[in-house]
Design a protein around this ligand. Structure first.
Ligand code: NDP
Length: 399
């Protein structure tokens, strides 16, 4: 029986609230707080049964956060607002000695830089306070790290090559939209790509390496090599890795529109003057694009996200592919959300359950792959994200 405070009432926040509400034996009391309280109230009303309390919060404001936490007294804060809020919420958790969890690493608002260094720097302070922070417990990052830990524990003596493959083969019917917060999403994919090989990072121009990769139940999709934050923690926590890459699919229309937006400067995060005031082009673009949560109704098709691994077991080469496919329409039927929000919110709920039931236990700041993957893997299927595996078959990414 625990009290949980969820911060952020977007696509992911709605799924986390739905899923926590359905597990009352762990999440006895739930508060959903966000910048716009009416969005929290709408989600609470959809869930019904007076399961969810709501509050307004500016999560950039540490004293406001401390006051809310002191008043509600949660055992854990689940941060599913934006990465900019990670550090203020961690500061408030430290001040109130409350466990912390998120699904995306901190990035400064004026620089699109995805590094764990800011959050890892809290390790000793969390340890001294006797609390834990669990970083990146969505799908990617999140389940991809847990899949890797599970593979390393059960199927390999050493893992050498890791390819994380992320396909969204869904169709939301909009001309152009992003599946999670547009500002965060576009910052991520317009950065130079980066992968780990032979002990060093190799940077490439954004979207310059791509190839078709086969995804189960979907077929081949053009997949682009990107930097993704779990590569940083996985290469640190699995030092036997000789190479680690991340691939994400994009359709030709999405790439065309993105190129035009980039060429005309609409994806820039440098402020420009407009009618006497500064605006950030990318923030303005976010304001005119559909909200991720609005894509859910009528979204058809599946996502497929997994890890393809090559390494050594009992002196022999071994390959291993583990993945989940998630259907947009099924996710909508259950939670009113599309599959990107669903595949993020379900692991966030289960990660919270792991902390609150003591199955994942530590003092300090941790990434998901540092904990025993088994209790998480035993339950994730029953909460809506079943997984599949193939052992010693050719890896689609190597074709
Ligand atoms: P949305 O934009 O749909 O929702 C973000 C929510 O945070 C909104 O409700 C917004 O409020 C709220 N918010 C923003 N700033 C503040 C603030 N200062 N104070 C309080 N609330 C604030 O995004 P998503 O739900 O799609 O994504 C949420 C998080 O999940 C992001 O960090 C994203 O990077 C991460 N994510 C992780 C994935 C993974 O697999 N690990 C995959 C997808 C997303 P308002 O409604 O007022 O704007």
């Amino acid at each position: 029986m625990a009290r949980v405070l969820i911060i952020g009432a977007g696509g992911v926040g709605a799924v986390v609230a739905h899923k926590c509400a359905a597990v009352p034996e762990v999440f006895s009391n739930i508060m959903l707080a966000s910048r716009t309280k009416s969005k929290c109230d709408k989600i609470a009303a959809e869930i019904g049964g007076n399961r969810i309390e709501t509050a307004q919060i500016d999560a950039d404001n540490v004293p406001e956060l401390i006051a809310l936490i002191e008043n509600y007294k949660p055992d854990l804060v689940i941060n599913v607002a934006l990465p900019y809020q990670d550090l203020p919420i961690m500061d408030a958790c430290l001040a109130t000695k409350t466990h912390y969890m998120d699904t995306a690493n901190y990035e400064p608002i004026d620089e699109a830089k995805f590094e764990y260094k800011w959050q890892w720097a809290y390790h000793n302070r969390f340890k001294e306070a006797g609390i834990m922070a669990l970083l990146g417990c969505g799908f990617d990052p999140g389940v991809t790290g847990i899949y890797t830990a599970y593979a390393a524990k059960h199927h390999f003596d050493e893992i050498h090559y890791l390819d994380i493959v992320d396909c969204n083969a869904g169709d939301h019917g909009k001309a152009f939209a992003t599946n999670f917060n547009p500002e965060i999403n576009i910052r991520e994919i317009t950065q130079p790509g980066k992968y780990w090989e032979n002990g060093a990072w190799h940077e490439i121009p954004a979207m310059s390496i791509h190839k078709p990769i086969y995804y189960p139940n979907i077929g081949e999709r053009e997949s682009y090599l990107l930097f993704h934050e779990e590569l940083e923690s996985l290469t640190k926590n699995f030092p036997t890795l000789k190479r680690a890459r991340f691939w994400m699919t994009f359709g030709p229309k999405y790439i065309n529109v993105l190129n035009v937006l980039q060429e005309v400067g609409m994806t820039s995060i440098k402020p420009v003057m407009y009618e006497g005031r500064e605006i950030v082009p990318l923030q303005f673009l976010k304001a005119v694009l559909p909200e991720p949560s609005s894509l859910a109704e009528g979204y058809k098709g599946e996502t497929s996200i997994g890890c393809q691994i090559r390494g050594i077991k009992d002196g022999k080469e071994r390959t291993y592919y583990i993945w989940n496919n998630c259907d947009h329409a099924e996710a909508y039927k259950e939670t009113g959300a599309q599959a990107i929000s669903y595949t993020t919110g379900v692991p966030a709920m289960l990660g919270a359950k792991m902390i609150l039931t003591g199955k994942w236990n530590g003092k300090g700041v941790f990434n998901v792959e540092e904990f025993d993957p088994d209790p998480f893997m035993a339950e994730i299927g029953k909460y809506g994200l079943p997984w599949h595996e193939e052992i010693d078959k050719p890896l689609p990414v190597e074709k």
